[in-house]
Design a binder for this molecule. Structure first.
Ligand SMILES: Cc1cc2nc3c(=O)[nH]c(=O)nc-3n(C[C@H](O)[C@H](O)[C@H](O)COP(=O)(O)O)c2cc1C
Length: 223
């Protein structure tokens, strides 16, 4: 059995009355989930809705708690790390992380960044060892896949596109997800959402058509 962790990061929900309104990235994730469940009905799903319930930002006390050895932590420090522990446990259980996210200000939403800050934690998800030289950080977990399903209002964020240099969404996610043990990252993006024209419809169709081939790539890795 494969375990999938579905994370939704859009501040917008799904509009069940009118699919042209509401979160596009959530629609993509739901399409993926439905296709996956049709093929692999026995798999386990974990859900985390960051748009509806953004994680707390980390704080000075949070950082101090992380750097305090586990057995020396006070009850207050254990409480501070409780959410992080829960979120890391969800990641640890997952073979595949299905992440739906909008682009906000050319990068990830604050709620998603808050989640990454909570789950990338020393001695839990990465180790730090100066004997490794200039790259002292190494992930503790391994073998995970991540599927990033994103939506943007503008366009041209793909390799060679007119806004490639302004895309700080997927490249940032690719960099940080390494520290969660993600070894394979696949992404599909719907663009032109703000134009609401035929190009947006075509982009959405292309992304939806990409789900099948993407599942074909994930199958051999996790089945
Ligand atoms: C606060 C905010 C910031 C945004 N910033 C960008 C941006 O920098 N570039 C872009 O192409 N679209 C931007 N958009 C448009 C969204 O990426 C687009 O509406 C996308 O479909 C949102 O994802 P969702 O449909 O899943 O909610 C922004 C939208 C909002 C609400």
């Amino acid at each position: 059995m494969t375990t999938l962790l579905r994370i939704d990061a859009s501040a917008r929900g799904v509009n069940t009355q009118d699919s042209s309104r509401g979160s596009v990235s959530r629609q993509l994730a739901t399409a993926f989930e439905q296709r996956w469940k049709m093929k692999y009905s026995q798999d386990e799903w974990i859900r985390r809705d960051l748009g509806a319930q953004p994680p707390e930002f980390i704080s000075e006390d949070w950082i101090a708690a992380c750097f305090t050895p586990t057995e020396q932590r006070t009850e207050a420090q254990r409480q501070i790390l409780a959410l992080s522990d829960t979120l890391i446990e969800e990641v640890a259980r997952a073979d595949i992380i299905l992440l739906s996210t909008p682009m906000y200000n050319y990068g990830m939403p604050a709620a998603l960044k808050a989640w990454f800050d909570q789950v990338i934690r020393i001695n839990k998800t990465f180790s730090f060892d100066l004997t490794r030289g200039d790259f002292p950080l190494a992930p503790i977990m391994s073998g995970k896949s991540m599927v990033v399903l994103s939506s943007t209002g503008e366009f041209g964020f793909e390799a060679g596109g007119i806004r490639q240099q302004m895309n700080h969404l997927v490249p940032h996610i690719r960099t940080v997800s390494h520290y969660l043990g993600v070894e394979h990252l696949f992404d599909l993006q719907v663009q032109y959402q703000e134009f609401k024209d035929q190009r947006h419809q075509d982009s959405k169709s292309t992304a939806l058509e990409g789900i099948g081939p993407l599942m074909d790539k994930l199958g051999p890795l996790h089945k």
